[in-house]
Design a binder for this molecule. Structure first.
Ligand SMILES: [Zn+2]
Length: 322
C-alpha cells in the first residue's frame, strides 16, 4: 500500500478528507419527528427524582420492509413500556427527542465485533472478570457508524441513544463439552446494548451510551427495557440464583429472555435495583433544572467497578473440563 503512485495517494488523501467531513453532514441531517409529542410523553417526569435522558434515532431512508417489521410506532410502544417498568423501580425515563433523517445506507447493517480481538473465555474466571482482561472491541465500521449518527453534545457520555438499524451482527464462541473445539457464531441481534461490563473503556466516551434496535417485540414490548437494563444495571443475562450467560430463557426477570419484567433488589436479586440507582447515566434535576449527575465509574465501568461497592455478586467461571 505504501508504494502507491503519487496520484493514488493524493486520491486517498482526498477520500480521507471526505470521510472525515461526513459526520457533520449526517449530524445536520437529523430533524425532530414533529408528529411525536415529546412533552406529552414526559409529562410524568418530575424534578428531584432519579432520571435518565434518552434520544431516539430512526433513519428516514430505511428499506420499506424494515419499516414494516420495525416501525417507529412500535419503538415508541416499547419506550412507553420501558417507562412503566423503570418507574416501578424508582427511575424516570426522560425522552429528549425522536429524530429522523437520511442516513448513509452503508450504516444500515453492521457486524459490530472486532474478530481479531475476540477469543473464547478459558472458564477459570467468571465472564465479568474475563472481560476486564480482554474486553469486547467495536469493529471500525460500527464505531464509525455510531460516531456519525450520534450528534456531539456536552452530555453525550451521560445520555443513552436508541438507534434503529436494519441488521446488527455480534460474534461469540461456542465450545464443545470438553471445551476443546470452538465454533465461531455470528448472532443477528434484536437489540444490542454494548454494555460497560463487556467493553470497559474500549468504546469512546462520547458514544458509550449507544444501544441498537433491529427488532420489534409486538407481544411483550420488552426489548428496549431489557437493553436499557444492560446499560443501566450493567449486568448480563442473569436473575436471582442464575449466573450470567449468553442466552438464558426463563420467566421472571427483565434481564433474562422470557416474558418477565422484574427488576429485583437485594443480594437475592443480584442487586439489580441498587446497581440501577448507582448508574452514571442517572441524574436528579435541581430546582433550576440543572442536572446533578450520579458519580461516574471509578475505573472503566466493568461489573466489579468500585462505584458499585458491595453491590456485586461473586461467582465461579463455567469451566469445561478437558
Ligand atoms: Zn440481553
Amino acid at each position: 500500500m505504501r508504494k502507491l503512485i503519487t496520484s493514488m495517494i493524493a486520491c486517498a488523501v482526498a477520500l480521507g478528507a471526505m470521510i472525515v467531513s461526513l459526520p457533520a453532514v449526517a449530524h445536520d441531517a437529523w430533524q425532530e419527528v414533529k408528529s411525536i409529542d415529546v412533552r406529552a410523553i414526559n409529562k410524568d417526569v418530575k424534578p428531584g427524582k432519579p432520571t435518565v435522558d434518552i434520544g431516539i434515532y430512526y433513519a428516514a431512508n430505511f428499506d420499506e420492509k424494515f419499516v414494516e417489521a420495525v416501525p417507529l410506532s412500535g419503538i415508541m410502544k416499547e419506550f412507553m413500556q420501558a417507562k412503566k417498568i423503570y418507574s416501578k423501580a424508582g427511575v424516570q425515563l426522560n425522552l429528549l427527542w425522536v429524530k429522523s433523517g437520511e442516513l448513509d445506507p452503508k450504516y444500515f447493517s453492521l457486524q459490530v465485533s472486532n474478530l481479531q480481538a475476540s477469543k473464547p473465555d478459558d472458564g477459570y474466571l467468571n465472564m465479568y472478570k474475563e472481560a476486564v482482561r480482554q474486553p469486547n472491541i467495536l469493529s471500525d465500521h460500527a464505531q464509525s457508524a455510531f460516531e456519525t449518527i450520534i450528534e456531539p453534545d456536552e452530555n453525550n457520555n451521560r445520555t443513552l441513544y436508541l438507534i434503529a438499524l436494519q441488521g446488527v451482527y455480534m460474534h461469540y464462541y461456542d465450545g464443545d463439552e470438553k471445551g476443546r473445539n470452538w465454533n465461531s457464531t455470528l448472532v443477528r441481534t434484536g437489540g444490542l446494548s454494548f454494555p460497560s461490563y463487556m467493553h470497559g473503556s474500549t468504546i469512546p466516551n462520547r458514544i458509550r451510551g449507544v444501544i441498537t434496535l433491529s427488532r420489534y417485540d409486538d407481544k411483550n414490548h420488552k426489548i428496549i427495557a431489557h437493553e436499557l437494563g444492560h446499560k443501566l444495571m450493567n449486568v448480563s443475562h442473569e436473575y436471582k440464583s442464575v449466573s450470567p450467560q449468553h442466552e438464558i430463557r426463563m420467566n421472571g426477570g427483565l434481564m433474562v429472555y422470557g416474558t418477565g419484567l422484574e427488576i429485583p433488589s437485594g443480594a437475592e436479586g443480584r442487586w439489580h435495583k441498587e446497581r440501577l440507582h448507582l448508574s452514571p447515566y442517572l441524574y436528579r434535576a435541581d430546582k433550576n433544572g440543572n442536572r446533578v449527575w450520579n458519580e461516574d465509574y471509578k475505573e472503566e465501568g466493568f461489573y466489579y467497578d468500585s462505584l458499585y461497592g458491595d453491590k456485586v455478586v461473586q461467582f465461579e467461571g463455567q469451566r469445561k473440563k478437558r
